[in-house]
Design a protein. Structure first.
Length: 345
């Protein structure tokens, strides 16, 4: 049986966490294989020897920015005609709906950006002329470059919402009180596929100061209560429907249930998890989005154990919930968790 290879992109420094996650999920699927990676290279290659990781494409991974199967490895492309060397493999795998030219999120990888811009200008017209780039095609083409001559050719279903390079490039508004607003915007796009979840009209932001998350929710038309002993940006109180409550995020309780609770406090992850679990079990909120700070080592194992504890705690309390988690582009040493405990989730 031929070996199947998958490429998963991640934040540099988290390769071992992604490799451990892939190994765990492979066991769940009954897949035999192994990960290969180098420290700080920004990606992991998974080699399947028996079975396939294809089911993971639709479920998502915590530490993978993107995941797709690789159909062909290219090596030592001639500088004079890279496209010609790639063309037989492109013909075999095409047609494609769109072209992704990708690199690792490292200093060396980012230095390829100029080369890839020029390569795109040459490759896209050739693909169209050759009938390999079509609007109705069902697959996208990934060309991942380790350097300007070596890399992997991969494919993914167009129906799978993958951003190029695994990164949602968002722009911060000058009105935002902090850059943390980007983190919340990315989380909403990742977990619900749009800026505002359906049915969310009221929200509580625990540990709100200076107000980046409250600002983003308020500009979506959501009525927000920001809870923090610290001050919120004045514009939030003057120009947006944000109510500020000076109180402790871990002890304050809402007067009535809200649709969403968000929390980005700097504290032990187990304490934040217990707080969010209490809000959902008590029915104070129907959905929750929060960050869990991670230790320096065994970050995947800690994440897995925390999420298992959350799932079991909610189930024991009679709450059925959809739980998703991701290490977002705008996250650092943390993961972002989305919990939807509504019956129609």
């Amino acid at each position: 049986m031929s070996e199947e290879v998958f490429l998963a992109l991640c934040r540099p420094g988290f390769e071992s966490d992604l490799a451990a996650e892939l190994s765990d999920r492979a066991v769940d699927l009954g897949v035999a294989g192994y990960p290969r990676t180098d420290r700080d290279n920004g990606y992991v290659l998974w080699h399947s020897q028996q079975g396939s990781l294809m089911p993971l494409l639709d479920t998502g991974l915590i530490f993978a920015r993107s995941l797709y199967p690789c159909a062909h490895a290219f090596t030592e492309l001639p500088e004079a005609d890279r496209i010609g060397a790639l063309w037989p493999a492109l013909q075999q795998q095409g047609p494609f709906n769109e072209l992704y030219l990708e690199h690792a999120d490292t200093n060396d990888g980012r230095e390829l950006a100029r080369f890839l811009r020029g390569f795109r200008k040459a490759l896209e017209p050739r693909l169209r002329k050759g009938g390999l780039l079509r609007e109705r095609a069902e697959r996208r083409l990934h060309l991942f470059f380790q350097d300007s001559r070596n890399g992997w050719l991969g494919v993914s279903p167009v129906s799978l919402p993958l951003p190029e390079n695994g990164v949602m490039r968002l722009r911060i508004s000058p009105e935002a009180p902090s850059r943390s607003a980007l983190k919340l915007e990315e989380a909403m796009l990742r977990f619900v596929g749009r800026g505002r979840p359906d049915g969310v009209h009221t929200a509580v932001d625990l540990g709100a100061a200076p107000g980046g998350w409250s600002w983003h929710l308020a500009r979506l038309g959501i009525k927000v209560t920001g809870v923090d002993h610290g001050k919120l940006a004045p514009a939030l109180l003057d120009e947006y429907p944000v109510r500020h409550v000076s109180a402790d995020a871990f002890t304050w309780r809402p007067e009535r249930p809200v649709d969403l609770v968000v929390c980005d406090v700097v504290d032990k992850p187990a304490r934040t998890l217990a707080l969010m679990q209490r809000w959902l079990l008590q029915g104070w909120a129907k959905t929750a989005l929060f960050n869990l700070k991670l230790p320096m080592a065994r970050r995947y194992r800690e994440s897995r154990d925390l999420l298992t504890r959350l799932d079991q705690g909610l189930e024991k309390g009679g709450v059925q919930a959809l739980i998703q988690a991701a290490h977002l582009y705008y996250d650092r040493e943390e993961i972002t968790v989305w919990v939807d405990a509504r019956r129609d989730h």
